[in-house]
Design a protein around this ligand. Structure first.
Ligand SMILES: Cc1cc2nc3c(=O)[nH]c(=O)nc-3n(C[C@H](O)[C@H](O)[C@H](O)COP(=O)(O)OP(=O)(O)OC[C@H]3O[C@@H](n4cnc5c(N)ncnc54)[C@H](O)[C@@H]3O)c2cc1C
Length: 325
């Protein structure tokens, strides 16, 4: 029986594991692979979103001795430490999560059922993709699914932002400070009432394109031309980069029957990262629809582990902290 099982291997899970290790909790982290979104499946895919110009995830073996510390560097520091704790990381997929009284049963695909007094779910969220059959979006060098932190690299460029999430709108305002031109493509007509749109349309170098859907992405290199369609009429834009932010699909399949979720489907947590089920905590992208970042996920993970520790200590009259199994 574990004190804590952490489901996921991304920034939130790894920081939870580091916290749990510091508190000598008897914990197990279960994930298909360490790193989560910070560690794309293939080395070639490392810069797949925008190349080094816009998105850079460093590799675990990259020289991190320079003074530029980015989110992924921190995750790799965690990863190196976790890999030394062999009994604490199980590379597997969790297929189900059940509650039997005060105990959680975590079923894995290859390693049977593990039991714990508390669980942290940090399974992440996947960005909604453009529905463009035949276009392998990860191969489009100039198209990416995250608008975080790149405003300063866009000086003198023409770009398109697609979406009406808060992130998309905020980024449009931010990008307009350095880009020459920002096209904001708003596919939904019913978004017209949003007051932010009127404010953005007033910015001199922002052009609002409402009711358009993305019909194609073309160009040489691919991603330099955006083909839009509205009421059967097509319009072509030449741009340097395309940012898509259509929101995220949180990976909540394991807890759908267990916990309360928000209207958008995210796991609802309080400020301690506790869910509606005592002993069950959640952290990182699976809990929120905005502000997804490595550093916020790290904060979440540590907070969830702190709460799990408190739960383990207080939910039993006598609780011994176990050594590693
Ligand atoms: C295209 C893109 C670019 C981004 N760029 C930046 C950036 O430049 N800077 C920045 O700070 N942030 C960036 N982000 C956001 C950042 O990557 C995330 O906020 C962060 O990785 C979230 O960490 P997490 O631990 O919550 O989830 P994730 O990193 O998504 O990790 C989820 C983990 O859960 C595991 N998992 C899921 N289901 C199961 C299961 N059933 N069983 C076992 N394991 C499971 C996955 O394998 C994975 O390890 C970007 C995101 C995207 C999509």
């Amino acid at each position: 029986m574990y004190d804590l099982i952490i489901i996921g291997g991304g920034a939130a899970s790894q920081s939870a594991a580091m916290y749990a290790q510091g508190k000598q909790l008897n914990f197990l982290l279960i994930s298909e692979r360490l790193g989560g979104k910070v560690e794309p499946a293939s080395a070639e895919g490392r810069d797949y979103m925008f190349g080094k110009m816009l998105i850079h995830y460093d590799a675990p073996d990259e020289d991190e001795s320079d003074d530029r510390l980015i989110g992924s560097s921190v995750v790799h520091q965690f990863e190196r430490q976790l890999k030394l704790l062999h009994d604490r990381v199980l590379e597997d997929r969790v297929s189900s999560l059940r509650q039997e009284g005060a105990i959680f049963e975590v079923e894995t695909v290859n390693s049977g059922v593990k039991q714990a007094r508390s669980v942290i779910v940090a399974t992440g969220a996947q960005p909604r993709r453009l529905d463009l059959p035949g276009v392998a979006d990860h191969l489009i060098a100039n198209l990416g699914y995250n608008t975080t932190h790149h405003g300063d690299t866009l000086r003198g460029r023409e770009i398109a932002v697609i979406g009406t999430t808060d992130e998309a709108l905020l980024s449009t305002a931010e990008f307009a400070q350095s880009a020459t031109k920002v096209y904001l493509v708003v596919p939904q007509l019913d978004a017209a009432e949003r007051p932010e749109l009127a404010a953005l349309a007033n910015i001199q170098n922002v052009e609002l394109l409402q009711g358009y859907r993305v019909a194609d992405v073309k160009g040489e290199p691919l991603g330099r031309k955006l083909v839009l369609e509205r009421d059967g009429t097509r319009r072509s834009l030449s741009v340097d980069s395309i940012f898509v932010d259509l929101g995220y699909e949180p990976a909540t399949a394991l807890v759908q029957e267990l916990v309360e979720r928000t209207a958008a489907g995210y796991i609802r947590v309080d400020r301690r990262n506790a869910t509606s089920v005592p002993g069950l905590f959640a952290a990182g992208d699976v809990t929120r629809s905005e502000g997804e970042q490595v550093l916020t996920a790290i904060g979440d993970g540590a907070r969830a582990a702190r709460s799990a520790h408190f739960h383990v200590l207080t939910s039993q009259s006598v609780q011994t902290v176990n050594p590693a199994p």
